[in-house]
Design a protein around this ligand. Structure first.
Ligand code: SF4
Length: 210
């Protein structure tokens, strides 16, 4: 079995486990909101980001309001997400860049997204996949750990994981694949004490167990 065939089999197993898996950041389909929430999620839980964003978007509902918002006020609003000074600064800068360079809209190509303040490949791929349906591997901590355990990847380097998975996971399911991997990493293939004894990957000979 090639790695590509294996990746597809893994995808099929994940789909059985998590047929309704979706992004755990609640963004109402608004690309700018997802961009903001993804930036806030660095070293913070999605649950915390969802709580903080609710209040944030009530007061600062769009790209124009964010670009004009005082730094101190944004800091206060995002404080509980951690790294709040840096995050507030990049949210304001990124919003101003969107207004100056992209007519206030979130661009739909990788290089333009990567030109925005605070945006790295993880966020760019999340936006490309979830908002624009163009696919994108979001190599977060769950994705890196699990794809290594499953033998799809042999590196913990985020860029290498993205580049390795990108050609073997079909583009149209990349976004879905990454969301399901997060669910799988939270309740079966956990960082510590993975539940190998009841894992369908082991049962279907796609993983030897950890
Ligand atoms: S068998 Fe264990 S290590 Fe392998 S994917 Fe399942 S839970 Fe993770």
């Amino acid at each position: 079995m090639t790695t590509k065939q294996k990746a597809i089999k893994i995808y099929e197993q994940l789909k059985k486990l998590y047929p309704d898996s979706e992004c755990t950041l609640y963004h109402d389909g608004d690309p700018w909101k997802l961009l903001v929430m993804a930036r806030l999620s660095a070293q913070c839980t999605d649950a915390r980001v969802n709580i903080v964003s609710k209040t944030l978007f009530e007061e600062i509902p769009d790209v124009y309001a964010m670009a004009e918002a005082p730094q101190e006020r944004v800091e206060e609003l995002v404080k509980s997400c951690g790294l709040y000074r840096t995050k507030a600064k990049s949210l304001r800068e990124m919003s101003q860049q969107l207004i100056d360079n992209f007519d206030g809209k979130v661009p739909d190509d990788y290089d333009s997204l990567m030109s925005l303040s605070g945006v790295g490949s993880k966020i760019a791929n999340l936006i490309l996949g979830d908002v624009f349906g163009k696919g994108g591997i979001v190599a977060d901590t769950h994705c890196i750990r699990i794809t290594n355990r499953l033998g799809l990847v042999k590196s913990t380097n985020q860029t290498i994981v993205e580049r390795t998975l990108s050609p073997i996971v079909p583009k149209e399911v990349q976004s879905d694949f990454c969301h399901m991997i997060v669910d799988f990493g939270r309740d079966v293939c956990t960082a510590r004490n993975p539940r190998c004894h009841e894992c369908p990957m082991k049962e279907n000979k796609l993983c030897k167990g950890n």
